[in-house]
Design a protein around this ligand. Structure first.
Ligand SMILES: NC(=O)c1ccc[n+]([C@@H]2O[C@H](COP(=O)([O-])OP(=O)(O)OC[C@H]3O[C@@H](n4cnc5c(N)ncnc54)[C@H](OP(=O)(O)O)[C@@H]3O)[C@@H](O)[C@H]2O)c1
Length: 248
């Protein structure tokens, strides 16, 4: 049934080196038969992690370019470098994100600025640049582009210890809802991915009990990749995926 293919698809993945981003990259490589001529543009701050993924991609015959860069200082560089290298951006999968957690009364101005810089300022500027680039492109495989952003269930539900994080995720959701008003008339699809707890480096140390309840990163990545292959006559707008036992 699932016979759709996307030819010569150029995909940028931010936060590609670890966690959910790494799972998305691995999933795309594994699904390469449905992406003939796939070109990956992988970015995060840690070059060694990106290079390991580049080697993995190459071993499966998938072309991958890497960029070690801080989104907080240069949020649009990945789009510029990808266009220079591959000529277009068919899909942006924005996985890079940060959190600072603690009691509401204890979080500091530094915590606030750190999270807002990446989750809000960089996200806005990155998505704006991606939209402008996609809007300028010819239609390929029925679309001008696809944008997927990992927000969180914390973008629609409050969690203790997460005041700054929740605020940033609610804000990302607001941006995506406005962007859809512009994107659909340009044949650009926008998917908000709202995961619950998945076991990634973001969590730091976790107890065995928590580990047993959390999703694997691939649990989130698999439906994201399937959503890229949805026929261009339709759009999946939100994808909420949480552990079967519920939120932690
Ligand atoms: N894991 C979960 O349970 C969960 C649940 C809901 C939502 N999310 C969201 O999913 C996204 C990915 O989370 P994750 O769990 O995969 O986190 P993670 O394991 O900490 O990975 C985050 C990735 O983002 C990159 N990154 C962070 N700040 C960056 C910056 N300023 N510039 C460039 N790259 C940056 C990191 O790369 P470097 O370290 O190399 O810079 C890393 O590759 C985040 O938006 C997070 O809020 C996660």
């Amino acid at each position: 049934m699932n016979s759709l293919t996307l030819n010569d698809h150029v995909v940028i993945v931010t936060g590609a080196g670890k966690g959910l981003g790494e799972a998305v990259v691995s999933g795309l490589i594994e699904k390469r038969l449905q992406f003939p001529g796939l070109k990956l543009f992988l970015t995060s701050r840690t070059l060694s992690e990106l290079e390991a993924l580049q080697i993995k991609a190459k071993s499966f015959g998938v072309e991958a370019e890497v960029l070690a860069a801080d989104l907080a200082t240069n949020p649009v560089l990945a789009i510029e470098k990808c266009v220079q290298r591959f000529g277009r951006v068919d899909t942006l999968i924005h996985c890079a994100g940060v959190g600072r957690f603690g009691e509401f009364q204890s979080l500091t101005r530094d915590d606030l600025e750190f999270v807002m810089k990446t989750n809000i300022e960089a996200t806005f500027l990155l998505l704006q640049k991606a939209f402008i680039q996609m809007k300028s492109q010819t239609i390929q495989n029925g679309l001008r582009g696809q944008i997927q952003v990992i927000t969180s269930v914390a973008g629609e539900k409050p969690f203790e210890q997460s005041s700054i994080y929740c605020m940033s995720k609610y804000a990302q959701r607001g941006l995506l809802e406005v962007m859809r008003l512009y994107a659909y008339r340009e044949q650009i699809r926008i998917l908000e991915v709202k995961p619950g707890a998945a076991l990634t480096p973001m969590w730091g140390e976790v107890t065995a009990d928590m580990t047993s309840k959390m999703m694997k990163p691939s649990d989130v990545a698999i439906p994201m990749i399937d959503a890229l292959l949805l026929p261009p006559s339709a759009t999946l707008e939100t994808l909420t995926i949480r552990p079967l036992s519920g939120d932690l």
